[in-house]
Design a protein around this ligand. Sequence first.
Ligand code: PEP
Length: 251
Amino acid sequence: MRKPIIAGNWKMHQTPAQAKALAQEIRAGLNQTVLSEREVILCPPFVDLTVVEEAVRGSGIGLGAQNFYPKEEGAFTGEISAPMLKELGVTYVIIGHSERRQHFREDDDFVNQKVLSALKNGLKPILCVGERLDEMEANLTEKRIETQLTGGLKDVSPEGLSSMVVAYEPVWAIGTGKNATPRQARDVHRFIRGWIAAKFGEGPADRLRIQYGGSVKAENAASLLTQPDIDGALVGGASLSADSFLAIVKY
Ligand code: PEP
């Protein structure tokens, strides 16, 4: 039985004071019963990690980072390493988000370096894959996702995969208010699990959690997240309000 995982990606929002207040509000809205049924992860900007960690400490809510640089230390001005994140209490890290692929030109090879570095340093990667609108319209969704999975998971062992999460996020649905229909999302999730089964075996594929992301809101959460093969959500915009995020967690 896969425990659903709901992660809030706060992107470049929330000053430390705002982040503290939001994390406290989310914590106050979750009890142990909910947290025994759902894994909840907050992914604030780097500068907010410490205050958010303090706000959720002891609650069972997890901490994720939105990015890192895949070297342990060195002359990489402005970058943050996996060991630095670990020391702050971070357990998950988002890798391959479409905004990083688009605005920062991160390709599958770099995504793979991050996946391998995260695993080596004991961080759990949330590997994001998803097709652009033109690819979806040209029926290239599966091809695109297969390329991203092949590249992103290169040299990952079945043991490594067991601490990973995959997030299917159609690029055309991120921050646009358009979401995949439950059926569209279900079909792609099924494709991803089948691909994982062919490469890693049925057991690892069965245990892998695959989140849906792309304009998930309180209103559409239940219809998406109750689909077979959808094991939670990666939530952007709606994770910036405690009310909407909590409603999604409790879908
Ligand atoms: C995201 O950033 O991963 C995302 C899915 O954003 P939104 O929910 O705003 O579409």
